[in-house]
Design a protein around this ligand. Structure first.
Ligand SMILES: *[C@@H]1O[C@H](CO)[C@@H](O)[C@H](O)[C@H]1NC(C)=O
Ligand SMILES: *[C@@H]1O[C@H](CO)[C@@H](O)[C@H](O)[C@H]1NC(C)=O
Ligand SMILES: *[C@@H]1O[C@H](CO)[C@@H](O)[C@H](O)[C@H]1NC(C)=O
Ligand SMILES: *[C@@H]1O[C@H](CO)[C@@H](O)[C@H](O)[C@H]1NC(C)=O
Ligand SMILES: *[C@@H]1O[C@H](CO)[C@@H](O)[C@H](O)[C@H]1NC(C)=O
Ligand SMILES: *[C@@H]1O[C@H](CO)[C@@H](O)[C@H](O)[C@H]1NC(C)=O
Ligand SMILES: *[C@@H]1O[C@H](CO)[C@@H](O)[C@H](O)[C@H]1NC(C)=O
Ligand SMILES: *[C@@H]1O[C@H](CO)[C@@H](O)[C@H](O)[C@H]1NC(C)=O
Ligand SMILES: *[C@@H]1O[C@H](CO)[C@@H](O)[C@H](O)[C@H]1NC(C)=O
Length: 216
């Protein structure tokens, strides 16, 4: 019975491997994320921010490295939102889509599928959120942390920490990275454009300091 299951699993793994190599990049990043239950909230967040197609296709159009917050990361993020009486809906609405900018902040461009072992401590990485970089920090035991504008996210040690998708890479981390600790200073994402100016009404409503809860 056990041996038979083993063989079955081997055959399935082999099928997946063969299928992947034959696919020549027909996968899509969101499709791959969908295969990991621990990324379900990330996928939901991307959907609600209206960025599914854009993120799903980055692999084909750009070759990117996606820093992917796991569900625990979103638990912490949700607590922060709740403390500010906000839900996903408040920040994904098309007139207030700061979620879109937060997502683009997790997409490293210009370096293809980043091999994190080849990065140096302090290396600056360009993200799809214009003007907002992430910085690599190497810690003890080869730990890797992405330093953001408001908080930091560490590569999870539990497997899988990284997932290759064609010519792109997904690194799974423990925090949702924010470009700025003040929500109002995070640009509103406009579909089709990269960023937009911060609008007055929300700048006032959301001049909320988010940092404290996010670092915990
Ligand atoms: C992602 O892209 C792939 C490849 O083009 C496609 O098969 C898949 O349906 C897309 N998935 C989503 C969720 O859009
Ligand atoms: C993505 O990487 C592959 C393999 O290195 C390369 O052939 C392809 O041109 C790259 N695509 C883009 C858009 O950079
Ligand atoms: C959130 O709502 C509660 C109840 O309406 C209110 O007491 C609290 O001050 C609000 N918190 C913030 C940060 O606006
Ligand atoms: C976070 O909150 C949103 C609603 O704002 C909810 O849909 C989602 O399931 C929550 N995720 C987690 C991990 O609690
Ligand atoms: C968040 O959404 C709720 C429900 O639509 C709304 O009542 C509330 O005013 C919104 N909060 C902000 C800060 O816009
Ligand atoms: C972002 O990083 C790139 C690559 O290291 C660098 O060329 C650029 O100056 C940085 N931009 C910012 C805003 O720090
Ligand atoms: C590094 O790994 C060793 C052995 O697994 C462990 O005892 C130690 O606590 C780790 N140090 C840090 C800073 O994680
Ligand atoms: C956050 O926004 C404030 C106000 O717009 C700005 O002064 C500050 O430099 C920003 N911080 C970062 C890390 O970008
Ligand atoms: C992020 O890491 C940097 C560098 O180690 C540190 O200076 C900063 O305090 C950290 N930020 C948070 C919010 O923990």
């Amino acid at each position: 019975m056990a041996a038979r299951s083993c063989v079955l699993i081997l055959v399935m793994v082999l099928a997946v491997v063969l299928n992947t190599s034959a696919q020549t990049c027909q996968t899509g990043l969101v499709n791959t994320m969908n295969q990991f239950p621990d990324l379900s909230t990330l996928v939901q967040f991307i959907n609600e921010a209206g960025l599914t197609d854009r993120i799903n296709n980055t692999d084909i159009t750009d070759n990117v490295t996606f820093v992917a917050p796991n569900n625990n990361a979103f638990d912490a993020f949700n607590v922060t939102l709740q403390q500010n009486n906000l839900t996903f809906a408040n920040i994904t609405d098309k007139d207030n889509n700061r979620a879109g900018s937060i997502i683009l902040y997790h997409v490293i461009t210009g370096v293809g599928a980043l091999d994190i072992t080849k990065t140096s401590n302090g290396q600056s990485l360009t993200t799809m959120l214009e003007g907002h970089n992430l910085t690599v920090s190497k810690g003890a035991n080869n730990s890797v942390t992405f330093i953001g504008g408001a908080n930091n996210a560490t590569l999870q040690t539990a497997s899988p920490g990284e997932v290759s998708v064609c010519f792109s890479k997904i690194y799974i981390v423990n925090r949702v990275l924010l470009p700025n600790a003040t929500l109002a200073s995070i640009p509103i994402h406009v579909s089709g454009a990269s960023t937009s100016a911060i609008t007055g009404q929300w700048a006032f409503a959301l001049s909320i300091a988010l940092a404290a809860a996010l670092i915990m």
